[in-house]
Design a binder for this molecule. Sequence first.
Ligand SMILES: NC(=O)c1ccc[n+]([C@@H]2O[C@H](COP(=O)([O-])OP(=O)(O)OC[C@H]3O[C@@H](n4cnc5c(N)ncnc54)[C@H](OP(=O)(O)O)[C@@H]3O)[C@@H](O)[C@H]2O)c1
Length: 368
Amino acid sequence: MSVPHEVVFFTGATGLVGGDVLRRMLAADPALRAVVLVRDAGRWEQVSTRLALPAGRVGAVVGDVTRPGLGLSADTRVPLAREITAVVHAAADVVFSRPLAVARAVNVAGVRHLLDVAAGWPRLRRFAHVSTAFVAGRRVGRILEGEERGDAGWVNAYEQSKHEAEWLVRASGRDWVIFRPSTIVCDSAAGGVTQYNAVHLGLRLLHDSLAPMLPAAATSAIDVVPRDYVAAAIAVLALRQDLAGRTLQLCAGSGALPVDELLDVTWRAWSRRPEWRRRGIPRPVLTDIATYHRFELAVEETGDSKLRQAVRALSYFAPQLALPKAFDTRAADAALGGPAPAVRTYWARMLEHLVSVGWCEAVKGVAA
Ligand SMILES: NC(=O)c1ccc[n+]([C@@H]2O[C@H](COP(=O)([O-])OP(=O)(O)OC[C@H]3O[C@@H](n4cnc5c(N)ncnc54)[C@H](OP(=O)(O)O)[C@@H]3O)[C@@H](O)[C@H]2O)c1
């Protein structure tokens, strides 16, 4: 008996990860079709043109994961129920500084609404959920792929809401696979950055001498990954039957860079430009979290407004640096036939790219 053609329901296809996953899945399987859930049809038009998606294989429905039934009309739901064979759920609110209720509305209720709608899809045989490695929250040490504990708490509402979402997926009774990327920073080949996040914001603060202190041990590893690695991994693995019920950490793992080395590489790269070198900006002092909290308080009370703003922005993610983790990636590596690119192979290229596009200005409006 032949396997019926896949019709994949995508959320988050206008985002950094989802669009690239969709493009790759369509390219890999000429029989695959997709339906994307988008909030804004006009924005989807632009994104699908930029992605150069093959004509006639992707339909779009307008909806919103925060709404019961995804906000879809009954007319829209009927054909979906007839066709959809798999879900790739990549929609999320990825801003770390959101209040918990706001993060939950997208990241937790969004999953619940999607699972509720998918309950009416008889052909559905896979629910692929994009989570984050930082569901591990405040836990330290080796973070195993199968682990799902949330007993140590979280650094921000994003982490907590993504943890809660994983539980909904696990409890759904569906055939699921969960992907946990660490922080996506650039494309590996040219170091190009298509979307700024907390890492680029943090780098800007370091570059402009607005982060004089960090709560980290020199040997703590910073785990980041390239976008192309994450998208290719999800595209290849999302529908693989042997991965049912597995959680795969798409992380640098042993290829993560210790803070000390990362600062070395970064200062060396920036120092090549005489105008930056002349400013004599010192590397940040690395300290324990209690000292860092005292520094935050002092800045809040007496610091100038630029430094206050910078330290507030860092507060949503810098504490992760004081919670050293080593993400286990054995299941992901085995499924993919190898590990993620080591951070030291592309970090300097990304820094060059950032400087060449003047990211310090561009990143100013980015919310942590
Ligand atoms: N980027 C990272 O570093 C990173 C790291 C680890 C895990 N992840 C995970 O990877 C997934 C994708 O993240 P990303 O970086 O691609 O995020 P992104 O670029 O911010 O894209 C978010 C996507 O979610 C959609 N979305 C947001 N709210 C929605 C709503 N209420 N209803 C429907 N769609 C909504 C957005 O659509 P609009 O165009 O309408 O805004 C967009 O397509 C997320 O699950 C995230 O947690 C990301």
